[in-house]
Design a protein around this ligand. Structure first.
Ligand code: FES
Length: 157
């Protein structure tokens, strides 16, 4: 499948700003840039600030306040493990230990080769199928250590 060329930051800002104004435009722009690039590139901050008549500190503050925004490129594979009550009761501690050992990183970190990121989440709303993990956007329930190892083994690159 052919990938489409990415829009420029300026084009993303312009298209969102045309549809929205006010405080809501900032979050919409941040979501649109994240959808386009996977993160908020550094040069986007002055561009957004200028377009919305905000300070760069205000834009940076919004980016760092919300967990869904990042200012560095994402890892090639994202692993998000639920650490809320139901999943903890059903074995999530064993899973986080497995991931820490296998990847050599802890929650909030990326492997040095940028292949994997590991994050903890507090409920996917999938409690009936605890423990739950999301890998590259796909939610897995009733995940065992053996099944998690097989999923990780199947990831190429
Ligand atoms: S507690 Fe893990 S999905 Fe709800």
């Amino acid at each position: 499948m052919e990938r489409r060329a990415k829009k420029s930051v300026a084009a993303v800002v312009k298209s969102v700003k045309a549809a929205e104004s006010g405080a809501g435009a900032l979050l919409s722009i941040l979501h649109a840039i994240t959808a386009e690039f996977g993160y908020i590139p550094g040069d986007a901050i002055p561009e957004i600030a200028g377009a919305l008549n905000l300070s760069q500190a205000e834009v940076y503050g919004a980016i760092t306040f919300y967990r869904d925004f990042r200012i560095t490129p994402p890892a090639r594979h994202s692993i998000r493990l639920c650490q809320a009550e139901s999943c903890l009761a059903m074995g999530a501690v064993e899973l986080i230990d497995l991931l820490k050992t296998r990847l050599g990183i802890g929650p909030g970190e990326k492997t040095p080769d940028n292949a994997f990121s590991l994050d903890t989440v507090y409920c996917f709303g999938n409690c009936a199928s605890s423990p739950s993990v999301m890998i590259d956007g796909r939610l897995y329930g009733r995940i065992s250590a053996e099944r998690l190892k097989k999923i990780l083994d199947a990831i190429k690159d």
